[in-house]
Design a protein around this ligand. Structure first.
Ligand SMILES: [Mn+2]
Length: 343
């Protein structure tokens, strides 16, 4: 076999970023989760893992920030057909439940059953991710989830929490607070992920949210009530920057709220929509790509350890590869900083 040439051009058939890796020796193992059953607005994020994989070989592996961290190995598991098929089968039924709830507060007995079946299937997906993440952690590797909608990483967060005995915080970058107790009848939708996490017995010590600019009154109340949730609203961050504050100082303030072990949960819509035009629920405002990568670098600068992560809600728009391109570049930085903060 020819030696691997990092300046050469691999293809996605070789692996993520065009690199051949082994599931057994890679430092980071990525679980793709093509799931968007309860996605409420624009669809397509089930195609996120495929779009990111196909865009990934165009990245130059040489990187000024993360150096040759990739040599530790980033292995992406095959896209699981059973998850993809369950997603395709259930999505039209979830749409029926949502449409019925738009016209009435009550569901018919048939639709109540449908809703319960969908909630049960969401649990199956979470358990699927959980068991994979457990196995990865047992081998001393770091698990990452590539969604799919934002409900996809719940099992990964739970497995990571168990591995560090709850001694960790979550850095959550998103346009949305994701703290709804349920959304449109679904308890495990993308809009409830952080509520489900913060109400769980395995919850983190701290949830730090960044870039939030779309939330309900109830979510705002929960943020104000809970001392273990600190939210850096997008409007406050921007005001500070407009009035002469530095992004470094703001990132330092975020880092101060986090314990040493950090799980990063990154919804691509935390970025400005120009970086993710295909994502399902875009909101104006948000972080630039550079602010996001500087924020990730701040974890290393302040001595944190990235113990697991997810990237979700990347959704290809038509024939355009831009969403996958940005997603792949962000994933590359997340993998790199994970290696650099744990070795
Ligand atoms: Mn979001």
């Amino acid at each position: 076999m020819a030696a691997f040439d990092p300046s050469g051009t691999g293809t996605y058939r070789d692996g993520l970023f065009g690199i051949k890796t082994s599931a057994d020796t890679a430092k980071i193992v990525i679980i793709p989760v093509p799931w968007e059953v309860t996605t409420s607005y624009g669809g397509g994020t089930a195609g996120g893992p495929d779009a990111i994989l196909k865009a990934s070989p165009q990245i130059d592996l040489f990187d000024l920030e993360v150096g040759a961290a990739y040599e530790k190995g980033y292995h992406m598991l095959p896209i699981p057909p059973e998850v993809l098929n369950l997603n395709l089968k259930l999505r039209p039924f979830a749409l029926k439940v949502r449409e019925a709830l738009e016209n009435s507060d009550e569901l018919s007995p048939d639709l109540i059953q449908t809703r319960d079946e969908i909630n049960a299937a969401c649990k199956i997906m979470c358990d699927f991710v959980y068991s994979h993440a457990k196995a990865i952690l047992l081998k001393g590797q770091i698990p990452a989830v590539l969604g799919g909608d934002h409900s996809s990483p719940e099992g990964n967060i739970r497995a990571v929490s168990e591995s560090v005995k709850g001694d960790f915080g979550i850095l959550h970058i998103d346009a949305h607070a994701d703290l709804r107790s349920q959304y449109q009848g679904f308890h495990r939708s993308h809009a409830s992920i952080m509520n489900n996490v913060m109400m769980a017995p395995w919850k983190p010590k701290k949830l730090v949210q960044v870039g939030i600019r779309d939330f309900s009154r109830e979510e705002h109340s929960l943020i104000m009530e809970r001392e273990d949730i600190t939210t850096f609203f997008d409007a406050d961050l921007k005001r500070s920057l407009f009035e002469g504050g530095s992004w470094k100082n703001l990132c330092d303030a975020m880092m101060e709220q986090l314990p040493t072990n950090v799980y990063v949960s990154f919804d691509i819509d935390g970025l400005s929509p120009e970086y993710c035009p295909g994502t399902g629920t875009p909101v104006p405002g948000g972080l630039s790509f550079d602010q996001a990568t500087y924020l990730l670098a701040s974890l290393k600068r302040t001595g944190k350890r990235i113990v697991g992560f997810d990237l979700n809600e990347v959704s290809p728009s038509g024939d355009d590869e831009w969403d996958g391109n940005v997603g792949a570049r962000l994933l590359y930085k997340m993998c790199g900083w994970t290696v650099l903060t744990t070795t």
